[in-house]
Design a protein around this ligand. Structure first.
Ligand code: SF4
Length: 307
């Protein structure tokens, strides 16, 4: 592993390349990254990227967002098949028809969506700024929120806004078991349940704190110690352990032993050191977005970035 990491570091120098990674990547991948963050922070970092080549160690929509923001940089995805159940659950043609059925509404799209869906939107958001984005829309305006049904319901609840929802979910966060989390809480009564807003409404109802991956990390970081039942993808536990080494972190279990058991995103884990190395060697797979589509998708993304 260390040899592979050294080879990647050498290739980065040769290519004047940078690697940006999501928190949900494996530790070996995060160790070769120039920056690790959530999707908003990754996009903000990409926007300032001065490298010639940017490898996005994350799922495809993250690489697409970077390619929209920095068209002069060669943006590479080590595995363009690394998708996301939310992006897959919202095909652009169907979404276009959905919008037509609900005219005059402000279309807010979670960044976990394809570039084609973003191009149909008025503004994008991430889990870090979704509340800010919704609150930036005049109160007399009705809103469409896509694709995450769970996050949309959470936003409806905390803002009281009239929001029409698209019906897709994150297959990782949607699978966390309310009963098992309740059981963990009964066994650890002092533990605080911290959950990502992509979790089901039933789970969010019993959470002590709800926030984006970064917000959950910040919440744990403030504590010298404490016990947390962490209801999000397990990749963030590494940063949480570093930030709060004396805290007890209990990963939440899922309902069934499926591909997402134990809160692991199978798509994020498709990115490996071997694929990053191959990407840098061959400069593949470049994310190329037709210019008109890129310009249209840049509007809602830049609107979000300006907030
Ligand atoms: S954790 Fe969920 S939302 Fe994030 S990339 Fe995986 S499937 Fe998509």
């Amino acid at each position: 592993m260390e040899r592979l990491q050294d080879q990647i570091r050498d290739l980065k120098q040769q290519r004047n390349a940078a690697v940006v990674a999501h928190y949900y990547q494996t530790s070996d991948v995060k160790e070769v990254a120039d920056y690790v963050g959530d999707s908003l922070a990754m996009a903000q970092w990409a926007q300032k990227c001065t490298a010639d080549v940017l490898v996005v160690a994350g799922v495809r929509f993250m690489a697409e967002t970077a390619a929209v923001l920095v068209p002069n940089v060669k943006v590479l995805s080590p595995d363009p098949d690394a998708t996301c159940s939310l992006a897959e659950g919202c095909p652009a043609d169907e979404f276009g028809k959905f919008i037509e059925q609900h005219p005059n509404r402000v279309v807010v799209t979670y960044v976990n969506s394809s570039v084609e869906v973003k191009a149909l939107s008025d503004i994008t958001c991430t889990s870090s700024n979704a509340l800010k984005v919704i609150n930036s829309i005049p109160v007399d305006k009705e809103i469409i929120f896509a694709p995450d049904r769970n996050m949309g319901k959470w936003l409806q609840k905390i803002t009281g806004r009239n929001i029409t929802l698209w019906d897709a979910t994150c297959e990782v966060h949607d699978a966390f078991s309310v009963d098992q989390v309740r059981g963990l809480k009964a066994a650890n009564p002092m533990a605080r349940i911290i959950a990502h807003p992509e979790c089901t409404p039933e789970l969010l109802r019993i959470a002590d704190f709800i926030g984006s991956t970064s917000a959950l990390l910040n919440y744990v970081s403030k504590e010298y110690s404490g016990t947390y039942i962490v209801v999000t993808e397990e990749g963030i536990l590494k940063e949480m352990r570093q930030a709060a080494p004396h805290a007890k972190l209990i990963p939440a279990p899922t309902d069934e032993p499926n591909t997402c058991a134990c809160g692991i995103c199978p798509y994020m884990k498709m990115i490996t050191l071997e694929k990053i190395k191959a990407s840098l060697e061959t400069l593949t797979h470049r994310i190329v977005i037709p210019e008109l589509l890129r310009e249209r998708a840049a509007l809602p993304i830049n609107k979000m970035m300006a907030l």
